[in-house]
Design a protein around this ligand. Structure first.
Ligand code: C5P
Length: 236
């Protein structure tokens, strides 16, 4: 299935304020493919908040990055399913049994299923941080290792930074979904993101979905910003 430029964009609504998130989502419907709600939103607003956003009618990536013992993660996945998210995620560092149980928890339910993806190495961690944690691989090698493990456990893809797209694609193949934050159009402020790329370069490198927050949510005209990004992706 070929995605349209708009469908590739998930806008990150990083706010604890439901009214603000709803206003943005309503404005952006038809101009982005979905919304990403993370811990900041969820801890403040809970499942009620997620339901309110889902009612706007856009796919919801529920970015809660589950990481616990296999039974607990499987339970969390089952509890999230009634919210009908389009994407759910777990930390690959929870291990293969945990990822398999998460997969099984999804497969036990009939009907449309969310994509289940893994977080590999948080992009806030570099080689030195990994060594401190007892991991001898470089961050990039560990990312590719964990992406490959996630694939072998039946996960649909991973969240990865722009510079990890090509090495993961090379090892995990064309059907493994890559969801990529750290995106900055040339005309947007970088903010605190360090390893960034443009929307078009990320898609050219092999990203499936782009997670974009402040370049859209912080723009004077969020709809115009989303349209400009989709236009930049047209024809790729
Ligand atoms: O505003 P900005 O475009 O930087 O937002 C990016 C979103 O993607 C935020 O929700 C951020 O938490 C998330 N993210 C990220 N880098 C990662 C994983 C998630 O920026 N490695």
């Amino acid at each position: 299935m070929t995605l349209t430029p708009t469908e590739r964009i998930y806008v990150a609504l990083d706010t604890p304020d439901t009214a603000k998130a709803l206003e943005l989502a309503k404005q952006l419907i038809g101009h982005v493919g979905g919304v990403k709600l993370g811990k900041e939103f969820f801890v403040a607003n809970g499942p009620e908040g997620v339901r309110a956003l889902a009612e706007v009618g856009m796919p919801v990536f529920l970015d809660l990055k589950f990481h616990d013992i296999p039974n607990t993660v499987a339970g969390a996945i089952s509890s999230a399913l009634p919210l009908s998210p389009s994407i759910l995620n777990v930390h690959a560092c929870g291990g293969s049994e945990m990822m398999r149980k998460a997969r099984t928890a999804l497969d036990e339910v009939s009907g449309e299923k969310p994509m289940l993806i893994a977080v590999t190495v948080l992009t806030s961690l570099g080689d030195d941080d990994l060594h401190e944690l007892g991991v001898d691989k470089t961050a990039e090698d560990q990312v590719v290792h964990l992406a490959s493990l996630a694939k072998s456990c039946g996960l649909d893809g991973v969240v990865c930074s722009p510079h990890e797209i090509k090495p993961i694609r090379a090892v995990c193949g064309p059907d493994f979904k890559l969801v990529v934050p750290g995106i900055r159009p040339t005309w947007a402020a970088t903010g605190d993101q360090k390893r960034i790329t443009t929307p078009a370069d990320a898609i050219r490198d092999g990203a499936d979905y782009l997670v974009i927050g402040r370049p859209i949510t912080g723009a004077d005209d969020p709809v115009a910003a989303a349209k400009r990004i989709a236009d930049e992706l047209g024809g790729l």
